[in-house]
Design a protein around this ligand. Structure first.
Ligand code: FAD
Length: 477
């Protein structure tokens, strides 16, 4: 093992190499099957390379629609097609299930672990594209996660679905008005796009979709509180769109608390600290954490192995061509990349993934010294409620129905898979033209039976993924 090795000498057995070189061509290893990884792989479909996509999950996840899985509009399959199904016709690509836990940059090998398999395995590469994305940050309070799930994965979305629909069920059983109110108080932390979309959909559920279904409670009595430490909702959209969104949220009956910090979260409540220093304890059963991102844990492994600098969120600071200093063979793209203050959005991941692929192809064709990565901002979109969205595309700033139709079109365009598009359209018709929610089913195991799932660990035994937080739920009832 040479310089830069991050594989543990105490590893019980050397990871088994999982060789695959059908044509002994240049090997490209892509870690992550999100937007960055998938679009990089697709961009290499005609290249004279053998591509391995290593993914911690067997699916590609369309994160922007996770909130619709959490609120019963879409099924998980619609936003998470199997990666190997997407790439089945791409003969130069293979897909492996595994979490990258170590890297030996001198030997150009990555070690991975798969759930349900004790022995690690290793994959060699000639070029590496790291597209491992971001995880939730609780700003130094990881203990909040058990009570306030984030929204980064299918597990998160199904967990939240269980909590949200479960809250209405349990409220129907309560005699005590205070307990009932606690069940029906939803606190969403973070007023960026995810927080606004979650709060908007919970409001739609309470005010429209669930109307008439209960006999002892009125779902419309639910309180939805959107909290943010900053002074605006959707700050990335600029002042005027932000103000219009705030008015729409008010119309929906959502209480927006700005310049307010969350100082504590437990099973039954959230403690808020206001700008004047006063504290308020809000009794709430369902909390959603939509604030703060941190680089995926593999970034720390990579930084330690290569000496690459990282920013405050742990993202890898790359050179203008998306590579790591001293390692032209290692590209870092998407949410885990820090470059020119680019935001953590799907288009940055897609374009940087495609750029890395084009760099590799160009080098193989002998074209060195190609231009630096240049991001083309295609604009931002967020929904607030049905028929109401916010759009900032070039000079166009729009809210309401027009923005919503644009949102609909763009999301259908980027959803992967024909079947997924058809069933998604159908489910949107059910939820938006009608008022039903086709995907409300939640199993007891999703809600109550979450046995701890051991997180994959790196070579020093430190967990490298967020799976460890799936502890059995205690809602304090
Ligand atoms: C709820 C939500 C809503 C969003 N809404 C929008 C939106 O409306 N518009 C927009 O532009 N952007 C939105 N985003 C942001 C957008 O989804 C991300 O910017 C984009 O997904 C980043 O792509 P990525 O490939 O870098 O990372 P990801 O899509 O996060 O993919 C990372 C992949 O790497 C895998 N992985 C992680 N660690 C390892 C490892 N060690 N080994 C192997 N695999 C690993 C993960 O399983 C995952 O498949 C949203 C994000 C969230 C969470």
């Amino acid at each position: 093992m040479g310089n830069g090795a991050r594989m543990d000498a105490n590893e019980p057995a050397a990871p088994t190499p999982l060789a695959w070189a059908p044509n002994a061509r240049h090997r490209v290893l892509i870690i992550g099957s999100g937007f960055g990884g998938l679009f990089a792989a697709k961009a290499l479909r005609r290249a004279e390379v053998d591509v391995t996509v290593l993914g911690g999950t067997p699916h590609h996840l369309f994160q922007p629609l996770l909130y619709q899985v959490a609120t019963g509009i879409l099924s998980q399959g619609e936003i998470a097609p199997a990666t190997r199904e997407i790439l089945r016709r791409q003969r130069n690509a293979r897909v492996l299930l595994g979490t990258a836990v170590g890297i030996d940059t001198a030997a150009r090998r990555v070690t991975a672990r798969a759930p349900g398999r004790t022995a690690p395995y290793s994959i060699g590469y000639d070029s590496l594209i790291v597209a491992t994305g971001a995880s939730q940050s609780y700003f130094g309070h990881p203990e909040f996660a058990a009570h306030a799930p984030g929204l980064k994965s299918i597990d998160d979305a199904l967990d939240l679905r269980g909590r949200i629909f479960g809250a209405f069920e349990l409220a129907e059983l309560e005699e005590d008005p205070a307990a009932r109110a606690r069940r029906l108080t939803f606190v969403v932390v973070g007023a960026g796009a995810t927080g606004v979309e979650m709060a908007g959909q919970i409001a739609e559920l309470a005010h429209r979709s669930l109307r008439g279904e209960y006999r002892r409670i009125d779902p419309r009595s639910a309180r939805i509180i959107l909290v943010d430490g900053g002074d605006a909702v959707l700050p990335a959209f600029g002042d005027s769109l932000s103000a219009r969104t705030a008015r729409k949220l008010d119309d929906l009956g959502i209480e927006v608390r700005l310049k307010t910090m969350v100082t504590d979260v437990d099973a039954r409540s959230v403690t808020l600290k206001h700008a004047d220093g006063s504290e308020e304890r809000v009794e709430s059963m369902v909390k959603v954490w939509a604030a703060g991102v941190a680089a995926s844990s593999f970034a720390a492994e990579l930084a330690a192995a290569t000496g690459a600098p990282t920013d405050r969120s742990g993202r890898i600071q790359v050179l203008p061509d998306c590579t790591i200093p001293g390692h032209p063979e290692i590209f870092v793209v998407g949410d885990v990349m820090a470059l020119d203050q680019l935001p953590g959005v799907a288009q940055v991941a897609i374009q940087s993934g495609q750029y890395a692929a084009s760099q590799i192809t160009a080098r193989l064709q002998g074209h060195e010294g190609r231009p630096a990565f240049k991001y083309h901002d295609k604009g931002s979109l967020a929904t607030v409620a049905r028929f109401s969205a916010v759009a900032h595309v070039g000079p166009i700033k729009a809210t309401g129905l027009l923005a919503w139709l644009l949102w609909l079109f763009v999301h259908l365009l980027y959803l992967v898979g024909f079947e997924q598009r058809v069933t998604t359209l159908f489910h949107w018709a059910v939820s938006f033209a009608g008022r039903g929610r086709a995907e409300r089913a939640v199993t007891a195991r999703q809600v109550f039976g979450k046995n701890p799932v051991p997180a994959p660990t790196n070579t020093t035994g430190t967990p490298v993924a967020a799976a460890g937080r799936y502890t059995p739920r205690d809602d304090g009832a």
